[in-house]
Every structure is written in C-alpha cells, then in structure tokens.
Ligand binder design. Structure first.
Ligand code: PLP
Length: 374
C-alpha cells in the first residue's frame, strides 16, 4: 500500500510467464493491436498514436518531452510535487526554455496562476501532473485546454497514477500528449509506459527542424513498429506486453466506471478510519486523490520506526512523505488490485497496533471505516 508498485493480480503474473514468442509473430501482432485498442479506451481517446513504451513511467515522460520539444522551444511547466520538477528537468535537458510555475507540496495547481504565467506569451508546450503521487493531489484538467490555446501550446499531462484509478479522458479535455505507467492503478509489474499523442502533437513531431536526440525514444521510429509497417526498431519486451494485455483486460472487464467507484469508496473508508484515529489529512477534501492518501504523522511519532514495524509485524508497506512532508506525513496507496476492503481494514488496524506499541494511543478506526465500506 505504498505509492507503487501495487499488488499484481495472479492472472497478470500468469500472463507474464507465458512462452516468449517472436516480436513479429502474427499472434504477437494481434496482442499488440489489442493492447493499443484497450489503452485508447483507458485513456479516453481516439488517438492513433497510442502504445506502450519500453521503460517505466519516467521513460514515458522523457518520450513525450524529447519528441515534442526542440532546442529553443518554450515550455510552461507546473510543479506542485516531485514529478512536475522531474518534467522541468527533462525539458531543460531537451534544450527547451522552461518557465516553471510552482505551488507548495500538498496544494492543488491553480489554473488562474498558470493562465497568468501564459498570458501574452507564446509557448510550445504546457505540461502538468494530473495525479501527484508525491502528495496525493488530483488536478481537474478542465481549464487547461483553453489556456494552452491562448498561448499556442500543446497540452501534455502525466497520468502515471491516474490511469485506471480515476477518470483520465484525454479527448474530452483536449489533452495532446499523455504518459502513464503500468505499476500504479493498472496493477501490472513496472516496465512499460503507455503514451498517447493527439494528431496535433504528431504534427509538431513530424515538423521538427532537428532530429529527436534520443534514438531509443524516437516515436517516429517506434510508431513504424507499432503501426502498419511492423519495422523492427528494438525488441519488444514481449512478456511485459502479455502482462499489460491481461491487466488492461481485467480493468475493462470490471468496467472503468466500476473501477473508479471502487477507488472512490475505499479511499473514503480509509480516510474515515484515519480521521477516527485522530490523524489529519493535509490535502483539502476537494483535491484528494483516491489512489493515494497523504496523512499527517502525529507529533512525537518516529516515521521510519513505524514504517519498519508495519513491514516486519504486518507485512504492510506504506510510503514516506516527500519534500516538505518528509518525516511529517505518510503516503498510503490504494491502487488497482490493492484497492480492497481487506487492505483498508488491515492498514488501519496495523497502523493502530504499531502506534499503540510505540506508546501513542489513537482512536479505533474500524467502526468509521466499516460504515463507509457498507
Ligand atoms: C511513479 C510516477 C512517475 C515515475 O514513474 P517510474 O515508473 O517510477 O519511472 C512519474 N509520475 C508520477 C505521477 C508517478 O506517480
């Protein structure tokens, strides 16, 4: 129950262990096509260029930025946690001029602040993190298309933790480019990064003056393998793609609507239990992210000691705080297959147990959590 990797369904582990076939085997090409179609459904898009990149979520981040930014391009990047900062770093390494808009960790992005930073200027790209796993903040994507339009920019988002856990809807929000990861709410092992680019983003990519500096992440080349040409670029991680195929099948079989409702309900139960224990939730209610909850560590409690007791006594992992929340808050994940009533109750009772053993009496979380689970 940390910030990922999340628990992997046994069916996905079985898919991972199927015999490895050739990356141009007709049976494998069918699996690739099905993966692309299922990814489009999860991303809420018709984008032709939708596929998983080899590598973890950060490879998806780097893919988008190296393909969409050329030296001298201007990028407006919003940072309200660790991952927005990583996007800015990668964009700078692409030679882009980066303008950074920052909000404190744990606070939402404010569209009016981003609009003000874009006002009267030209940008090639606006990028932001949809679900900040470092703080447990969800950003409403609604205002950003019109902001991007006003400064002529493409709109790119990080949806590593939102995909499969909360609605993403790229087409509805006019998002041009998005990347995700397999090990968060899709509950697949780490190793692939689904990406999707709108026709407008593809046009920017194909009208570049300079070559993409990364040969491995050059989408123009990789799309020739995932598209009709089936031209070899690099050997596809065949078994990981089986696993992603099965994970996507499970997600769509559950239906996205039911999956989002499951994350919402269990996150509400977890929060009710934490609050019944007297623990504070630093993120304002309207901006809380269901797959990841930030909870304050009570005064006098040793962060590391409690987390290591949780692992040794209860086999339970939760995440530590980052940035200004380091040592001050924990991050509890409820992602994909790990988002269950059993885990909510286990986490609450285990946390109460280790806090009590360390001499910190807290209230009983179970009645409030159970009521929310009914
Ligand atoms: C996990 C995560 C990443 C990085 O993904 P890796 O798989 O660790 O490379 C990027 N952005 C967000 C929001 C994440 O949660």
């Amino acid at each position: 129950m940390g910030p990922g990797p999340s628990d992997v369904d046994p069916a996905v582990l079985r898919a991972l262990s199927a015999p490895t076939i050739g990356h141009l085997d007709p049976a494998f090409l069918t699996i690739m096509d099905e993966v692309r179609a299922m990814l489009r459904a999860c991303f809420g898009t018709q984008n032709e260029l939708t596929m998983p990149m080899s590598g973890t979520g950060s490879a998806g981040m780097e893919t988008l930025l190296v393909n969409l930014l050329e030296p001298g391009d201007r990028a407006l990047i919003a940072q309200h946690g660790v991952f927005g900062g990583r996007m800015a770093e990668v964009a700078r390494r692409c030679g882009a001029e980066v303008e950074l808009v920052t909000e404190p960790f744990g606070q939402p992005l404010r569209p009016e602040v981003i609009a003000a930073a874009a006002e009267g200027k030209r940008f090639d790209l606006i990028a932001l993190v949809h679900a900040e796993t470092s703080t447990g903040v969800l950003t409403d994507l609604t205002p950003y298309r019109s902001i991007a339009n006003r400064c002529g920019a493409l709109l790119a988002i990080d949806c590593v933790t939102s995909l499969g856990g909360v609605p993403v809807e790229l087409d509805k929000h006019g998002v041009d480019a998005a990347y995700s990861g397999t090990q968060k709410c899709l509950s697949c092992p780490p190793g692939l990064s689904p990406v999707s680019l709108s026709p407008r983003a593809v046009a920017k990519m194909t009208s570049r003056d300079t070559q993409v500096q990364s040969w491995y992440l050059d989408l123009g080349l990789i799309a020739q393998y995932w598209g009709a040409e089936r031209a070899y670029h690099h050997t596809a991680p065949v078994n990981m793609i089986y696993a992603l195929h099965e994970a996507l099948r499970l997600a769509l079989d559950e239906t996205l609507t039911a999956r989002f409702a499951r994350h919402e309900k269990h996150a509400a139960a977890l929060r009710a239990g934490l609050q019944a224990m007297g623990l504070a939730l630093p993120v304002a209610e309207a901006h809380r992210l269901d797959p990841l909850t930030l909870v304050s560590i009570p005064a006098g409690v040793n962060d590391r000691a409690i987390r290591s007791e949780l692992i040794t006594r209860h086999g339970l992992e939760i995440g530590g705080g980052l940035g200004e929340f380091k040592g001050k808050a924990w991050r509890i994940g409820l992602m994909g297959s790990a988002c269950t009533a059993r885990n909510v109750l286990l986490c609450l009772s285990a946390l109460r147990d280790v806090l009590k053993r360390a001499g910190h009496a807290v209230g009983d979380p179970i009645p409030a959590a159970s009521a929310a689970l009914d």
